[in-house]
Design a protein. Sequence first.
Length: 770
Amino acid sequence: MILVIVESPAKCKKIESYLGPGYKCIASFGHIREIANGLKSIDVNNNYNVVFKTIANKGKYIKPLRLAIKKADEVVLATDDDREGEAIAWHICKTFNLPVKSTKRIIFHEITKPAIKNAINNPTLINMDTVNAQLARQVLDLLVGFTISPILWKHISRNSKTSLSAGRCQTPALRLVYEQQKLINESPGRKVYDTTGIFTKKNLKFVLAHNFDVEEKMEKFLEDSVNHKHKYSVSKPRTTTKEPPIPFTTSTLQQKASNECGFSPKQTMRLAQTLYENGYITYMRTDSVKYCKEFVDKTNKFITSLYGNNYVSKNIHTLINNSEAQEKKTKKKKDKKKKDNNAQEAHEAIRPTKIDVNTLNMAGKITAREVKLYNLIWRNTVESCMSAAEYYAITASITASQNNGYKYSSEQVIFPGWKIVDGYEKDNIEYTYLLSLKPQTILDYKEIYSKITLKDLKKNYSEARLVQMLEKKGIGRPSTFSSLISKIQDRGYVAKQNIEGKKLKCVDFKLVGEELDEIETERVFGNEKNKLVIQPTGIIVYEFLEKHFDALFNYDYTKNMEDDLDKISKGDRVWHTLCDECNNQIKESSKDIVSTKETYKIDKNHVYMIGRYGPIIKYEKDGETTFKAVKKDLDIEKLKKGGYNLKDVIDTGNNSDKKCLGEFKGNKVYIMKGKYGMYINCNGKNSSIGHIKKELDKVIIDDVIDVLNGKKSQNTSVLRVITSEISVRKGKFGPYVFYKTENMKKPKFIPMKGIKMEEVTEEWVVNYKL
């Protein structure tokens, strides 16, 4: 029997069905080993030799793996084709005493029968250069995190569960959000008038090219417009093209899914993982914008049969990855290349495995969200292989007073190309109409209106935009972007929230005939939804790190380190020398830090500081220390300059039976007295705290943090909390698992026959069938 070891159990059944009798597939459930004891397990004096240990909760997976390996005639490693996957394969060899230099390793980028068969027929070996690159990344992350994070705890604040932390890529990601906030603060916007004239019998809206920024000048322009002869002209049609979209990489998929579907990068990767494991798309962690030749040929035929040969891109051959061409060129060096390549195709762009499947049915693990993401991937893939769309474009112009002019652009499809997939407008009536109007015709305006707007207003980053910036700056790799964005939010440095814009008094104008009306209004500018906004904790942490560790966290250093990791993966650099350089830089940056807490003085007895669970006001007098809740959205710059008094910063709550304790994960926490005793409210959820034997005004957020984390409950039957949705509870006939998500109408009650309480995991619960 040949044993195939993969990372995820979701792949096993399909792979076994494709390989047939004689093969068994089993999962490692991801990583099985980790660095044993932080920095103590790294011997910096011995080429950064690392001591590993088995991950605590992976024992239950190692036992069946060991038994299966013992029974197998041959073991084939089929972990994912990335640095982590290569490292997992190496750890499997080390854990089960498999020979690293001879154990077969197969690579595939889609879970289809041809791909699996091809991989089995063309095995390779573990690439130790890739393993070393992953090992270097782990050690670097540990050196930075385990050395600098304790410095943050010492100088700012510490909490055992949601500690402040610094990260090799996390901190530069935070820097991007911080710098964008500074730009926003420095760019209040420029008040100008947008002017639109309604002309022609079709009431087309022509836009004035010039923006007036002075009310009197705007008014004078409109007064002069009454007697101005508005002459019409139109440009000759010019041919323009709109190129098809490029194939999806990890980064561009995350951006598109965020913009079109509203999915966070983390959601997108989770949905894509499900689609990949069920055989619907290729591997979702990729930088490639190429497809394999076989897929390009099939897509060519598919587009031809559906739309016609002229809809296939003339440059479709440029989308083919060059692995086959490279293989032919290096055939003479076949023996040398066998270890490295072994005819394995390079990563492809993210695409459907079957181009003729344009959507999916909801069944099993395929929900409406997976279907939505699949449809996006399918559409982008087909469009990327199609011809450019061709248009005739014209610009219609109308003269305006004071040597100004109005413009209106329109276009007519010549050939829809890739635009045909999502539908297009065949005939543009406005285009034809504008061409039919005689040049130099005098047109009367129906109405001209000028409204104040704010130009040059900087905006906060969306998750999609931050992904784009991370890629542009070379911070991390596309496969890590989603975790970076999640981490800076989980730490409380950044919050995804709506931003209330600026309310301004506006004087607008409306000209109808000879009558000019002045309209006074109050409007809001700069409203934003679901944007990433830096929080006070994030500002204080970043400014501390910038002051003391800028050499480690500037963009160039981070990008160069990623480039060095790439060099290691290609065998062009020794991994532990990079670790040594980083370690020396940390030591150099740390040596002159003075041991003082970061605080901002409010008055002689009160200071603003970061507490264990976020910003808080510390009161000290006559040896007594107490803490008070702080208002949200304080201006840190104003705080630094002493611009607030105590009343401005303290959140007192509403009355004696209600008090704000502070914040938890970006939401205010209130303690209140109810009919049955004290309880807390956070993000709309009430939780009893009857077990706390203190007066309401003496309770601080530390007292209720376990309740907020789901560790304690007013329900004394809860024996163990697994996640916010899963817990082990005491029942009449013994312990059982309680499972309920937000989307479930009723909870599941799962019996615990044959499993111990400490063995219950989220994965076991989710996959359990009643």
